[in-house]
Structure formats: C-alpha cells, structure tokens
Design a protein around this ligand. Sequence first.
Ligand SMILES: *[C@@H]1O[C@H](CO)[C@@H](O)[C@H](O)[C@H]1NC(C)=O
Ligand SMILES: *[C@@H]1O[C@H](CO)[C@@H](O)[C@H](O)[C@H]1NC(C)=O
Ligand SMILES: *[C@@H]1O[C@H](CO)[C@@H](O)[C@H](O)[C@H]1NC(C)=O
Length: 677
Amino acid sequence: MWRPLFLLAPLLNLACANDPYPSPDDVPKPWLPTAKYRSAAIVGPPIEVVSDSIECRDGQYTFLSLRGDDTVAHGPTIVDQDGELVWTTTFSDLPTYNLDINTYKGQDYLTFWAGDDKVDGHGDGSIYMLDSSYNEVYKLKGPHGLSADLHEFQITRNDTALFTVYDVVQADFKSVGGPSQGWIWDGRFVEVDVETNDVLFEWRASEHINFTEVTQSRDHAGESYETAWDFFHINGVDKDAKGNFLVTALHADYLVYVDGRTGDVIWRLGGKRSNFKDLSSGDASTFAWPHHARFRDEDTAITLFDNASPKHPRNRGIYLDVDQSKMSVKIRHAYPAIERHMVVPQSQAQSQGSIQILDSGNVLLSYGLNGPAWTEYKGSVALCHAVFGPEAHFGSGNPASYRVSKHAWKGHPSTTPDFEISGYEAAVSWNGATEVAMWVLEGSDVALPDPNNDQSYYSSSVDEEHTNDTDGDNDDSPDTTTAFMLISKTPKSTFETIIQIPPGVEFSFLRIRALDASGLVLGTTSTLPFDPSDPPPTPDDPDDKPKSTSSSSLFLAGVAATLSLLILLYLFRRCCLGFCLRRRWQYQYLLRRGRDDDDDDDDDDYWGNGYGTEEQEVGLHHMSDTESDDSDEVQVSVLENPRLSPMLARSPSGLSTFSFGSGLRSPSPGAERAKQQ
Ligand SMILES: *[C@@H]1O[C@H](CO)[C@@H](O)[C@H](O)[C@H]1NC(C)=O
Ligand SMILES: *[C@@H]1O[C@H](CO)[C@@H](O)[C@H](O)[C@H]1NC(C)=O
Ligand SMILES: *[C@@H]1O[C@H](CO)[C@@H](O)[C@H](O)[C@H]1NC(C)=O
C-alpha cells in the first residue's frame, strides 16, 4: 500500500529539513556533516563511532581541537563516548590547538592554545586555562613579550606551566656549508609561574644543538630573516622527577634529554647520533618526525607518536622501555595506526598526532594531519575507533585535531540552560553541563502585565532559581515562590533533549530545570511564553521544525494541506522512528545497487524489510569495506553517516577488529614535508 508514496519521497524529504546530515547530492563538497540544534546556535562535530566496546566505556570524555578550512564545527570540543557533543566554543574564531585537562593546585583546568597558526608551521598566540565553569582563569604568554607556540603545554608536577616558544635569531651556518650570518627559527621552551607568568627556566635549541645533528636539509632556508630556517622544530617537552626535560625535535627525528639546571644535552634518543643501544634491532630508535614524547612509569619508559619511520610505513604509537643506566632502549609495545585510515598520498606530509596512556591502561592514539580519527587500544587490539571527517579527506588535515585526549571531567557552566519552544515541543540543552540527569518541565499561570515590558520578572526568577535549591522543593512539589507547577520529567538524552509538551497543558509560561542524579537543581532556563491555544500538532508537523527554511516550510504547508492524512501517517511511520525517510531510502537504495545491480528497478523491497536487518548489513559492509569496487563516491559518503553509529556500536559481538594486513604504502623518504607541525 505504500508504493504510491514512493513518488512523493522527494517532497517528503523536506519534512526532515533539519536533518543535520544532508544528502551528498545537495551540499557543496566537501561533505562534512555536522549536528545542529534548536535550542542553541551551536554546531556539533561530525563524529562517527566506527567501532565501540564496553572496555572503552570508562565514563570519560574525549577532547578535540577541531580545525580545517571547510570544517563548520571548529574550536575546542568535548564529546562523550557516543561521539555526542558535550561542550564546544568557537573561541573568537581563533584556531585552537591541544585541548587537554591539566591539574593545577589540585583543580582540573581545561587548557588549550589559541592564536595565529599560520606562522611557518608554528603558532603566535596564548595559552588559556578555563575552570570547570568554562571561565577563563589564566592566560599565559611567552617570555619577553613573545607569544606562546601551539605545540606543547602542560602543568608540571611542580605546578608550573611548561610550553614551547619560537623566535627568529641570527646563527652561523658554516658547519652546514652556509653563511656565517644566517637566520633560524629557534626552538625554545619555557617553564613559567602560572600566577605571575614569570619565567623560571628557559631553553633555546640554538645554544645547545649542533646544526650537523639535524636531519632536515637546509636547502637555502635561513639566508634572510624572512626565510628563517626551522632547523629543530620543537614540538614537545616533558619534565621528569629529577627536574630534567625531554624535548621532542621534529626536524632532528630525535628526543633530547636536557639538564634542568644547565640546559646541556644529557643524551639523544633517535636521530643521527642516538646515545642508546637499540635492543629492538633499530626499531626503537629509528622513528621519524616524533610527536608528543612523554616519560612514563616513573621515568623508566617513554611513549611517543612516530609519524613516519622508514621501517614502518604507517604512523604508530610506540611505548619504549628506556634504561638510562645501561643506555639501552627497546620497544615494549607498538600501536600501528589503522590501515584504512592512514593511507595518505605519497606526496603528502605527515605530521601531528598523539599517544596517551589512559587510567584504564588502554592507549589512545590520534593522527593529527594524517587522519581525523582516534583509536583506543587494549594491548595491541584496536578496540574502539571514531572518525570526525569524511574518509576522502584523510591526509588533508581538513578537518584535523592536533592531538586528541581523554579524561574525566565535570563541567558546571555558569550560563543557564538553553531553551526553545516550538508548538508543543520544547528543546533544551546546556553547553558544557556534564551532570544533568533529568529535565523538569514546569508551567506557570502568573499573568504578567506585559511580558515584553517586564523583563525583570524573568531575570529575577532566573537569578533566584540558579542557585542551590535550599528548600528541597526540587522534585514534584510546586515551586511556591514563582507558582511554577511540575508538568513532566524527562531524562537527559543527548546534547539536546526534545520534550513533548502534553496536550491539555494550559500554562501561559514554561521553564525547564536541570536536575543532577541526586535530584539537586543545577540550573533553570529562562521563562518562555507558551500559547496553549495552538492546537497540538502531530510530532512531525513540518511547521514544528524551527530550523526548516521558510521556503521549505511554506512548501510543506501546501503539501500538507493537500495530502495531510496520507503524509502524516507516512511520516509518523518513517521519521518519528528516528530515521529520516531519505536516509533510509538512500541506504537501502544504494545498498541494493551496490550488491544487486540486476534488480534495482524493483521498488517494492524498499519498504519491506525491517530496519535492523538492513542496518546490520550496512554496518558490516562499512567495517569490512570490501565492496567498494562497484560502489560510487556517494555510497561511501552515505555509509559514513554518523547516524549509523549506534547500530555499529551495538553490533552483536560488541567488538570489532581491524585488518592490519595488506595494502601498506610507504611514504617516499624524500616526500615533501609541508604543513609540518
Ligand atoms: C618538583 O616536584 C617534585 C615532586 O613533587 C619534587 O621532588 C621537587 O623538589 C620539585 N622541584 C622543585 C624545583 O620544586
Ligand atoms: C658540530 O658537530 C660537528 C660534527 O661532529 C663537529 O665537527 C663540530 O665541531 C661541532 N660544532 C660544535 C660547535 O660543537
Ligand atoms: C550547593 O550545595 C552544595 C552541596 O550541598 C554545596 O557544596 C555548595 O557549596 C552549594 N553551592 C551554593 C552556591 O550554595
């Protein structure tokens, strides 16, 4: 009986006009789907959880710094284990790097760099430390009026701030066959007092590093100020219990261990003149373009992200046992990047990335410019994997996150929750609030002389309620001070929760309160007028979707008028179940095309099969990725759709494995190393 409606499919698609994942045909390329919300003008990141496991579900959050020329969602971003947005900000539209959690004086701070990232592969900006209410508490700059570089920031065990700095100075290039009056970008790091920004220790590579140690060839760089040679490219620094520093040098392919008093180099690991005996037949010290080196296990081990070792054509994280008394190093674990996401064009530079040992013992890898993705390993098994950009863009840095980290976090925003009413639906969200368990919808009849002239009513009501609920009336009892009555309670679902306002509600004003798991009121939205005389629309009345374009709405109103009964029935069946018609239609259509070319004129089956079966097939198809030969680009994009994630996440085995086998491609040794960071 549904068959005639197939002809209406293109029209009915408009009913899902706020679908955040437009079809590949009607968006400009590149296709970077994002999530949009009714209650807040925030763009959520396009994350697809490709593989999930209960063993990654430690209640922690993932921290990203999204950027990329075509990326709509950008800025520091926190997501949960489902890839669902928790907090984001565009932060004055400045590019941000290195979002992380650092503990300073016993308090967790959200830390990141923001500034100009187009300065010859490093950054000209500041480091920000936000408290758990997302308020800026500290802003750190480099010494002597210099800006902070984007590559590294951490709070040391001594509650000092450690970060990288660059500046241009003159240098003598005679040892590498150049002029005696050349110019370099010097690689520096500073340790500063967080409260005063006073410099406690500073180090510059040019005072301690011989140019002949550098693996990056100079060509003609450095012959003028404008073409200063970035000979060292510091991109990481860590401090050990002895007070010495571990410096990562991209352009020397090594780590140097620096005396915390004199600045002298104590040893080099990797590069041209490694001081270590390699007990792994060279595998432990032949990394190239290292990133994010950190001491581990009371300074007896080091982890780093190896961008392109000649012996390992793909990126990998490595965990090294480092014996500083015997001066020997060996590989404890290597975490090879997942193949299908790491194959980048040969001419493409590879840079950035991170490795973190999580509290659970699992290991988190991210791939920087190489791939908008992260992977959580248990042992050598890649348990969980998520992507935040289209596969076609892997290797392009668009989008990218310099590093990715995972931490516990409690956010208590100082804002009030965002709230919108359209028809008989209320949308509520609270950017950054991690502790909300329940949304309580309340109504009031308090008649105001003129709501437009009496804003004080709203603001005083909000102020009053935004503190602790001291009289304990945080649940079913009416709030006597403002005459608000309980209407309904709805568990918080995703970033934004849509609450159906029950038919028959007669209140003139509505608000929503946020409760934590113990029932404490965390915050209250502003109070919005509600017009109960509007007839309760069906949940999928197109006019009810605020983000529809006005032309779509008008058009749909017309369509609805002529076809109302049929369409409403149809939409209820298709859209309300959480899947847009168009999506499903495309999945099924493309799947059918992909595997059954002979039969693709037969429409009947489009509507015949249950969702579960079809999506399981999509999932398997997606993860095995073997049928791409006869599938076109559209199919790839559709199959990347993040809405499939929950299905994939709940695959029966609960655990997916990845192929590390065939298809390796070696980056050519002389590959152009552009875009280095
Ligand atoms: C830094 O912290 C470590 C460990 O708490 C301590 O042993 C050391 O003395 C501290 N160093 C300085 C310079 O405060
Ligand atoms: C730098 O290293 C080269 C090669 O080992 C050596 O000849 C030169 O003396 C060194 N320069 C300095 C300043 O130590
Ligand atoms: C809210 O209540 C908690 C727990 O009772 C208390 O620790 C906190 O200080 C209170 N905050 C305010 C703003 O009163």
